[in-house]
Each structure stands twice: as structure tokens, then as C-alpha cells.
Design a protein around this ligand. Structure first.
Ligand SMILES: [Zn+2]
Length: 432
């Protein structure tokens, strides 16, 4: 669930350890970037905490229950209190504070080095006042009492950071889910400024590609007008097939030169601890590594679908519709997907669909989710699937969204999917 809640739109393949370490040193040294604490010591050593929410906020409370679940599964003794339920003694203990900063009436007493402004917040000399500015704060390892904070200028800003919580830097500031600022103690770094200086734009009809100045000449040599046109054509094919509109705004697509670059600049910080990130969508930005058509197209499909249908769908549906599209353009891929789905026909998919089990296990669930979405679209239509996708994230993760849209519980849908799957494979001549 917690891994899922990263909303990771990402392909993780094997860890090229040597390359990763080498690149990390050079990129971190080049820009003097703070180190991410992969051990998440503060979180791991937490024994007991109150989760604090603002008074009168049902939505934050629902959200806080997820953190409560996470912490209790980690063995932390935890209870939820509203701001006004806090006793004086509670301030001497650990606090896990969630919800929009504006909703707190006495912020200063928490003793967090982030100042509340009338319309935002301030870290050192940096002020953040956009409605979609959100932040996380994790007190330095070894300090007591512990403060862990997920907040922002609006509920939307808070929700974006709460859905992608970071524990490895003391400070993380996102704007519409895109990272702008990170830091440990006084070692802070303005990622937004680096985004403005490190990348040069290349425009096409629908895109502005932001090309890293660290890209090799070989990579840059792949990019010309004909090449850019291919990506515009892809968008036109995709929206036709998936029955959506052409994008209204230019799509900002960062092309990074190294693994460390994509991990720091996209805000997929968790990957700094291992793995290879090929692509990631964050807020309105697409991030890929080197000039690889497959990755750019994969991420832009996510971006367009999410922009027009729903931004925060669970991973299974998010990757499922993407893989379904890939199946519509490649019979070979679809064939391979059927084989995979058949191989695991007896597996109960409930947990992975509801985000309780890890989706990212090689390409297994990419393939299977595409087939299950194919079943849903084949049986109930593309529009019904979009209605499902539009459901509140919480309803999708609890399973009630399926019942609301399809009129039957997920368990029944899965039984019918299996009945559909087995003869389908036989029909396509691939049954064993
Ligand atoms: Zn994806």
C-alpha cells in the first residue's frame, strides 16, 4: 500500500550497481546535492507517536488513517489526535503532523524549523506561496522528540506529498508534485533553479523537450525535426484510440542524462536506493532517461490519460490501461500478455489490484493488468472503464469503486474474468 502510494509511473529493471554508484558521485558532486537516507533511520527507530490532524477535517482524517496503518504495521504505537486534543505533555513526545498548514491554529508550538506564513511557508530564506506547494519534514536522526510532517498550502498540495511520502531528506518541497527544493539541515538545494539552468528546450507541436546539457553528443544526435514529429504523431494515434482529446497545454518532457539526474530531478527519490528508472510522471512533467522513444511514449500516454480522466488512480489501473493500449498496437505483445495471464490464472489478484501487494515485480503485473483491463473493456466498454478510473482513489483502493461502477464486487468480477480468460486463450490458439 505504501509502496503503491508512490503512484509510481515507472519501469524498474535490474540494478546496474556500478554504473549507478559512479553516476551518483559525479552528479551529487557536480551540484553538491544532499544525500538521501536510504535507511530512513528516523522512521525505522520510531517507537511511539501521535498523528496530529487539524480540527474538523474529515478528509485529512481519512488520509491519516493510512499513515496510522503504515506505522502500526511497522510496530509503532500510534494514535490520532486533532490539534485541540493535544495535551501539553504530547508536545514533549513524538508528533507525526499531517494536513494543510493553513488549517493549524498554533503551528509554532510544534517546534519545526518551517515558518508558517499567512499564505504559505518558509524554509530558511526560501518562501513557498503557490497553492500547490507542499512539503515534508523529517527531523534529523538522533534528535528528540521526533517530528515528521506532511503538509502544504492547500489540501491538494498536502495530498500530493502524502501520496508520495519521502523520509530520506529532512526537507522536500514539491509544487504540483514536481520537486523544487530538498535539504538536510543547512545543506539545502534549489532544484527548481537547477531545472532552469541544466536543460535546453526543443519544441514540437505538442511537446517541449527539456534536454539535459549533460547528454552525450550521441544522444543529442538522435534528435531532429523528423524525430520530433514521430512523437507528435504518436500522441494523435493514442488519443484517437483511447477516445480522448488532444492535449491543450504543451507537455514538458525532461530528458535526463544519467540515473542520478532522473532520480533527483523527477523527485523519485526512493529510487536513489537502488533500481533503474526509465520513466516517471510527476505532476505535469514527464521524466525519462536518454532519448528512448518507448519510454517517452509510455510516460506521455500516462500523462494524457491521467490529465483527462483522473490524476491519482491506483497503479494496477494506471499501468493496466497503458498496457491495454500497447496491446492494441502490438498483437505480439498481447499474445505474450495472454500467456502470462493464463500462467497466473489461479492467482488471487485482489491485493495487487487494491495496492496491498507490490505491483512492480518485473513485468508480470504490467502484462496481467493489461489483460484484465482488456477483459473490462471487452465486456463493459471503454467508457465504463473511464468511469471506474474516475472514482475517488480511496474507493478504488477499498474496492467499492468496482461495485459502484460495475454493479458487482471485485471478487465476482475476478471470477468472471477467469471464465473469460480461459476460453479466450484457447480461441487465440495459445492454450496449453
Ligand atoms: Zn507506466
Amino acid at each position: 500500500m505504501f509502496i503503491k502510494s508512490k503512484k509510481s509511473i515507472v519501469i524498474i529493471i535490474t540494478c546496474l550497481f556500478y554504473t549507478v554508484v559512479q553516476a551518483q558521485q559525479s552528479f551529487v558532486e557536480m551540484y553538491n546535492l544532499p544525500q538521501y537516507d536510504c535507511e530512513m533511520k528516523v522512521l525505522r527507530e520510531l517507537k511511539k507517536t501521535n498523528i496530529v490532524i487539524p480540527d474538523d477535517s474529515t478528509v485529512v482524517w481519512v488520509n491519516a488513517r493510512r499513515f496510522e496503518g503504515l506505522l502500526s504495521r511497522m510496530g509503532v504505537e500510534v494514535s490520532i489526535k486533532t490539534e485541540s486534543q493535544l495535551q501539553k505533555g504530547d508536545l514533549d513526545g513524538n508528533l507525526f503532523i499531517v494536513g494543510p498548514i493553513i488549517d493549524y491554529s498554533d503551528w509554532n508550538r510544534f517546534g519545526i524549523p518551517i515558518e508558517k506564513l499567512s499564505n504559505g511557508f518558509k524554509i530558511g530564506n526560501f518562501s513557498f506561496q503557490d497553492p500547490l506547494h507542499g512539503f515534508s519534514f523529517v527531523s534529523p536522526h538522533g534528535t528528540s522528540p521526533v517530528r515528521i510532517v506532511f503538509s502544504g498550502n492547500t489540501f491538494e498540495a498536502y495530498e500530493r506529498i502524502a501520496n508520495n511520502p519521502q523520509f530520506g531528506f529532512e526537507y522536500v518541497v514539491l509544487n504540483n508534485a514536481a520537486p523544487e527544493f530538498i535539504g538536510n539541515g543547512s545543506h539545502t538545494f534549489d532544484l527548481k533553479a537547477l531545472k532552469e539552468s541544466l536543460y535546453a528546450p526543443a519544441k514540437s507541436k505538442y511537446y517541449v523537450f527539456m534536454l539535459s546539457k549533460n547528454l552525450t553528443l550521441e544522444e543529442l544526435g538522435k534528435i531532429n525535426d523528423d524525430e520530433l514529429k514521430k512523437y507528435d504523431n504518436h500522441i494523435e494515434t493514442f488519443v484517437t484510440k483511447i477516445e480522448l482529446n488532444l492535449p491543450e497545454n504543451t507537455i514538458k518532457s525532461y530528458i535526463h542524462a544519467s540515473q542520478e539526474e532522473i532520480k533527483y530531478m523527477s523527485g523519485f527519490f526512493g529510487a536513489l536506493c537502488g533500481g533503474t528508472v526509465h520513466g516517471y510522471v510527476t505532476g505535469d512533467e514527464i521524466h525519462t532517461w536518454n532519448w528512448v522513444g518507448e519510454y517517452i511514449e509510455h510516460e506521455v500516454n500516462h500523462q494524457i490519460f491521467n490529465q483527462q480522466v483522473h490524476k491519482m488512480a491506483p497503479t494496477f489501473l494506471l499501468e493496466g490501461i497503458q498496457t491495454w493500449y500497447e496491446y492494441t498496437v502490438s498483437a505480439e505483445k498481447k499474445e505474450s500478455g495472454f500467456q502470462r495471464a493464463l500462467e497466473f490464472a489461479d492467482e488471487d489478484l485482489t491485493d495487487v489490484i487494491l495496492g496491498r501487494a507490490n505491483f512492480f515485480q518485473g513485468d508480470k503485473y504490467y502484462q496481467i493488468s493489461g489483460i484484465l483491463v482488456d477483459y473490462l473493456i471487452d465486456t463493459y466498454g471503454l467508457n465504463k472503464f473511464k468511469e471506474l478510473y474516475r472514482c475517488d482513489t480511496h474507493d478504488l483502493l477499498s474496492g467499492t469503486g468496482f461495485e459502484t461502477i460495475y454493479g458487482k464486487p471485485l471478487s465476482e468480477i475476478l471470477v468472471e474474468y477467469k471464465k473469460w480468460l480461459l476460453p479466450m486463450v484457447d480461441k487465440s490458439g495459445t492454450g496449453s
